[in-house]
Design a binder for this molecule. Sequence first.
Ligand code: MOS
Length: 734
Amino acid sequence: MSSTDRIIGQPVSRVDGPLKVTGQARYAGEFKPGPLLYGSVVNSTIACGRILKIDTEAAERLPGVVLVLTHRNRPPMAAESEAYEDDDAADGGPFRPLYSDRILYSGQPIALVVAESLEMAEHAGSLIRVEYQRQPHQTDLMTELENAHPAPAELPENRGDAAGAFAAAAIRLELQYSTPVEHHNPMEPHASTVHYLPDGCLEVYDKTQGVQNCMRYLEQVLGLEGRIRVISPFVGGAFGSGLRPQYQLVLAAMAALQLQRSVRVTLKRQQMFTFGYRPRTVQRLRLGAAADGSLLSITHQAIGQTSRFEDFTEHEVEWSGMLYHCSNVSFDYRLVPLDVHTPLDMRAPGAAIGVYALECAMDELAYAAKIDPLELRLRNYAERNANEDKPWSSKALRECYQQGAERFGWATRPMAPRSMREDGKLTGWGMATGIWEAIQMPASATACLESSGRLIVQSATADIGTGTYTVMSQIAAETMAMRIDQVEFRLGDSALAQAPLSGGSATVSSVGSAVQQACMALRQKLLDRAQQSPASRFSGARLQDVAFLDAGLQLSERPETRVTYAELLSLGGSLEASASVEPGEQRNAFATATHSAVFAEVKVDEALGTLQVTRIVSAIAAGRVINPQTATNQIVGGVVWGVGMALQEETRIDHHLGRYMNHNLAEYHIPVQADIGKIEAFFVEERDEIVNDLGSKGVGEIGIVGVAAAIANAVFHATGKRVRDLPITLDKLL
Ligand code: MOS
């Protein structure tokens, strides 16, 4: 086997790893394209009202301060009603920083101070005095549940008669779960460095999951058609927080336009709590089942919070209609507008919380029916996606259950709660299922074989830490029969080939397919060139007659006909090909999803109420895995976040002030090394010839789905106590 065979499927280390560990990777707030000014954002201290007076004089008088931008002196911008729909927008009028004197939420940016140094800008910001006209605000979802309206979600049709079947069921459960506000908290805070070019164009270094989305957004909001280029080669974690253009981008661009100088705006950690987040929700599940545990009726209702200006909508309840076989299903999803910023997609948006509720309810059903929780799930296994009335393109969930259970040792689990003790601690085992859509979006890529023999492949996608640079290099190298070190993949530049937002676990399916097709088109160009000489041994050969091996081509089974890429390139210079790929029509007849089975072990100190997750096994079915190393990293990261979601994460708001109180990493708890036990994540074999030519479904989100439920179920098994309100902190457990 040569080194150019089978690069797909290998655990290739990140090709951008050396740049990252040597500090050469540049992030949005680190670029220095010539002399820079520094901006510091001032945020509102009230949640609702108007700015009556904003006194910026003292700030402006300071030497080194060049501009204080407020709603009074900002450059023109599109009205909220002229909503440019950024690719991840919610229904409604998007937030526009410094648009008017109205205060829509606590922490809203109300001024940008621009100075020769960041320290000067921050100090000047502290001198700004604001007089507000306060209006009453409401930030508590729980007291406003009555004011919910239907979410503008495309819910599946209700089917059967959920209420009737529930009333007639032998086992009836009515359960309520609640989840808190969570913030993304990536390591890298949001930042934009705007390079003002002499011709009035802006070159923008931004922290984003979608450079072209940010480009179009700035063009349209600030009226700068054709004058924007957005660059983002590295992203220090995003998890959804970089899907929508954030306010520092608009502020930095406005300041640069006004001053005709280059400006950087970096948000501080506390300001990372002043835009999108995972919404607080209340979910009500009604499960009706026969005595043997067969599901007869499912009703899933969710109520989530949103802002006054947009209806943030995610996929919360539909999972309950597709994960198990059930003929009577009813969905309901409502929103409550509050004086807060609009929520934002966060890893497995909707599924992380919707499946949490469903999978806890399934565990409660297992106990009501006195059936092992895993057996209950097998008994209700869905062979089709009944929401769409379609078969699955592939579904190796049974294999996840079986192999996960085996690795975990589930078979020896006693059913009764409080029946296991280890090291003097109550020990519990719980499990849950996970599911996420396998999405594909239109994308393009260009592949160029340079005269030097290097293959440069590019698309305007992002690597948000997921491994995009690496997996795209693998796909290109294998398709072109080259070594991975002969390939360079470029991304994160709006001038490159069209790519969607890097989100929804769709980057490999979308951009990877385009990379593969661009390379296939390049193969044809190589063959064309090989056929150019009249005496060519390739005369009349078609692509399928040709074998590509070790950066060369030959007629199949005829090594004496071999010609290298280098030889062909020397005949006429570099070769380039592009491809644009849409989801294939063969997908239409199928439902596509990734699945997982998660098993968790917890240990609880009964006297103290302290709780440790000692072990997690996560078995994943995600089609073909391009790189088991980066893919496993994704799953392990998702599992760690699931532990945080189950036990720690919660952004607490003081409803009197309408303001987040623990807006820092000291008080917003996320798991640290000591909180994490053994994590075993693995992929089961799943072949899928429908989703795309790569057979790959994406792994960004699935890792977190089901984890919090598996832990909550393990806590019940350990203690006999159901905590239905996340996070499960010791005060709730004691
Ligand atoms: Mo993911 S929440 O689509 O970045």
